[in-house]
Write a protein that binds this ligand. Structure first.
Ligand SMILES: Nc1ncnc2c1ncn2[C@@H]1O[C@H](COP(=O)(O)OP(=O)(O)O)[C@@H](O)[C@H]1O
Ligand SMILES: [Mg+2]
Length: 286
């Protein structure tokens, strides 16, 4: 992680007085937001104004005024003026163009999936005061290319050693697998294939469970072809509520193959709103 942060920070070359946009590209659950946040925390004090805009894709599509809300958020963050959020502003784009130039800013646009979002939030380099930096994360490199972002970092999957370490942190609260669980851990980590989200989720899920439960979960995981199902699942997984995430896991790991009615009963006995949860999962074609 530290190397990744360093690489992005050094490509930003904050000492130079030009305006720069840098992209971070990677799959869902791969660690883009985490990386962008770490970079932001690392260097934000070097700027006069800053804004970290999360979930651009989701918010901009969430309502008719989604993009306008995001424009207001950037302006109010950068100018440190909360009242902008409540104001009705007729020409937000104009305001972005004129007001953003007043400060050297650091802006992160997280999870962008359409060039329209970039046009609204960071349309041209000339919008910004010299020295400003814009970081954009996306699953879709094409968006970066279309917006002429030249410097693009690829978030690679974790190495086996990194993966084991991350998994152990969640499953055992230590850096290496607990004695007796080495083999089981290896199997789970191989399955997760270096994707941080999957590793974290499976680690938390298996934490505190006994060897039999582990073996059982691994058997069930084996029946799910990872690339076809799980990687696609990760994309939709991010959009689930926490409660639903738990259900999702129980469903894929533990209850796979059981009758749906039985699954619902078991989940409800654990205190979940299982009917709704399962419906959401079905709708998201999990
Ligand atoms: N290098 C890492 N080390 C530890 N945890 C990580 C790392 N990268 C990502 N994670 C965890 O994996 C999950 C998914 O990461 P996230 O940054 O949200 O991915 P993305 O934004 O690419 O979908 C998060 O819960 C995050 O805490
Ligand atoms: Mg993200």
């Amino acid at each position: 992680m530290e190397t990744r942060v360093k690489n992005v920070v050094s490509s930003l070359e904050t000492g130079f007085d030009d305006v720069r946009m840098v992209g971070i590209k990677g799959m869902g659950g791969g660690g883009k937001t985490t990386l962008a946040r770490a970079v932001f925390n690392h260097i934000s004090t070097l700027f006069e104004g800053k804004s970290f805009v999360e979930n651009v894709r989701e918010v901009s599509k969430g309502s008719l005024f989604g993009l306008k809300e995001l424009q207001k958020k950037v302006l109010s963050d950068v100018l440190n003026d909360q009242s902008i959020v409540e104001k009705g502003i007729s020409n937000l784009e104009n305001m972005m163009k004129t007001m953003m130039r007043s400060r050297k800013v650091l802006v992160v646009l997280d999870d962008v999936d359409d060039v329209e979002q970039l046009e609204a939030l960071a349309g041209e380099l000339t919008w910004f005061k010299p020295g400003s930096r814009i970081i954009i994360t996306t699953r879709d490199q094409q968006v970066l290319v279309a917006h002429e972002v030249k410097c693009i970092h690829h978030v690679n999957l974790l190495s086996y050693e990194e993966a084991i370490c991350l998994f152990s942190r969640y499953a055992f609260k230590t850096e290496i697998p607990k004695q007796g669980y080495e083999n089981l851990s290896r199997k789970v980590v191989r399955y997760a294939d270096g994707l941080p989200l999957t590793i974290k989720v499976l680690g938390s899920h298996l934490c505190g469970r006994n060897e039999l439960e582990w073996a059982d979960a691994i058997e069930r995981l084996k029946t799910i072809p990872l690339d076809k199902t799980l990687k696609r699942l990760e994309l939709s997984y991010n959009g689930l509520e926490n409660d639903q995430k738990e259900i999702f896991l129980d469903v894929i790991c533990i209850l796979k193959g059981e009758e749906k009615d039985i699954s619902i009963r078991i989940l409800e006995s654990c205190g979940f709103n299982a009917q709704i949860g399962l419906r959401v999962l079905e709708q998201k074609s999990l």
